[in-house]
Every structure is written in C-alpha cells, then in structure tokens.
Design a protein around this ligand. Structure first.
Ligand code: 5RP
Length: 222
C-alpha cells in the first residue's frame, strides 16, 4: 500500500473518531482502515473518553482489549450510537461492498443496530457502480456447492475463499464476480433468498455517511 493511501485512511479515521461523544456505545469495525480508527479511539479513551465498544470481529475485540477500550455485549444494548467501519467499495448513493476481511456478518448485524454508521475509506474505494471488487457472500459450509450453483443462475461466478477461510461464525465465504452491479437493492434481496446464504457484503441503506481521504483532505459523502 502506498504511503498516500495509508495517509488517506488515517485522515478519514481521525475525522470519524471526532464524531464520537462521551457515554456512547461505539461499533468497532474490521480491516486495516478500521484498525487506524480503533487506535485513535484507544488514544481518546486513554485521555478520558468514556465509551463502550461493540467489536465486529474477534480480531477487533482482541485489539480493543489490548488498547483498554471497554467492550459491551451487543445483546445487552438496545442500539449502538455510532459505528466506524471500512468498506471495499462505495458509491455516492452510499451503497457499499464489505467483507474483504471476512467479517461482513457481524459488521452487518452491528450496522443494522447502529444509529450512525460512518464508513471510512481511502480514495481508491470510490466507484461509480459496485462490482469491481468481488462480492463476499457468507454461506453455511454444507451449502457451499448448492449456493455456487444458484449464484451462477444470477450470472455470478463464485469461488470459495481460501483453503477454505472460516469466518468468526464458522462459515465459508464465496467471493462472487457479478461484473457491474446495476441494482444492488434487487441483488441483495435475491441473494438473501438463496437457502444456505447467511449474509452477503452488499450494504444498502445502512451507511449514514462515508468519509473518504483524498490527498490531504477528507471528503464527506452524505
Ligand atoms: C472486513 C471489511 C473491511 O471493512 C473492508 O474489507 C475494508 O478493509 P480495509 O480497510 O482493510 O481496506 O468489510 O470484512
């Protein structure tokens, strides 16, 4: 990764963390951009910020503990005030592809419970139409062959990730090439309808804003 991409991620992460207020429940994302935000949150906690974090993956939970960020069980809170998470792609309509890091299931559960879902990204993540990045689909291992076949009917060419890669919830990920995704809302519904699909990485109607680092500035998409 170039140092300018790294700086864009850091700038976006820093701006996002400024949105956090005392006594909020804060969703902690997964991935290299979210890690930068979590370090920034750790620093703010060290300086006296009082929050409770809800991690979106085991790796994020481990990092939060290392940084002494207090954590709370997602099932003991009615909602999450603000979540800061990354994305693999986003459009100006705030449609996202997530799951490159394999944490899309918990990320989406956290997102649906979140009042303000803030996405942070470097400039390479912006696209006119989703689909350059292969869409991660989380499946029950027993159903992976069936789901691959059903995805073909939707013109999606899928491949089970890794050897295989196993998610925090014990599932597999199928990375699917749909070429350009013209209608993410419609595709989202069709994917959810396939037996054996647990969740997929299309996030529509969930992001409240995207903060994109570009050069030395941060551009806000609302
Ligand atoms: C993990 C994710 C990540 O947010 C996404 O892959 C972006 O990662 P990075 O910030 O490393 O580019 O969805 O499941």
């Amino acid at each position: 990764m170039s140092s300018s991409t790294e700086q864009e991620k850091k700038n976006a992460a820093r701006e996002a963390v400024k949105l956090i207020r005392d006594h909020q429940v804060v969703g902690l994302g997964t991935g290299s951009t979210a890690v930068l935000a979590i370090h920034e949150i750790g620093e703010r906690v060290r300086q006296g910020l009082v929050i409770q974090g809800v991690p979106t993956s085991n790796s994020t939970a481990a990092l939060a503990r290392e940084l002494s960020i207090p954590l709370v069980d997602i099932n003991s809170v009615a909602h999450i005030d603000i979540t800061i998470d990354g994305a693999d792609e986003f459009t100006k309509e705030l449609h996202l592809i997530k799951g490159g890091g394999g944490a899309l299931l918990r990320e989406k559960i956290v997102a649906v419970k979140t009042l303000q879902e803030v996405i942070i990204a470097d400039a390479s993540k912006y696209v006119e139409r989703l689909g350059r990045f292969r869409l991660p689909v989380e499946v029950i291992p027993f159903a992976s062959g069936y789901v691959l076949h059903e995805l073909e009917k939707l013109n999606g060419k899928g491949e089970v990730r890794g050897a295989p890669f196993v998610t925090d919830e014990g599932n597999y990920i199928i990375d699917v090439d749909f070429k350009t995704i013209e209608d993410p809302v419609r595709l989202s519904a069709r994917l959810k309808n396939i037996t054996g699909v647990v969740e997929h990485g299309l996030f529509t109607g969930l992001a409240e804003r995207v903060l994109m680092g570009t050069g030395d500035k941060v551009q806000v998409f609302l």
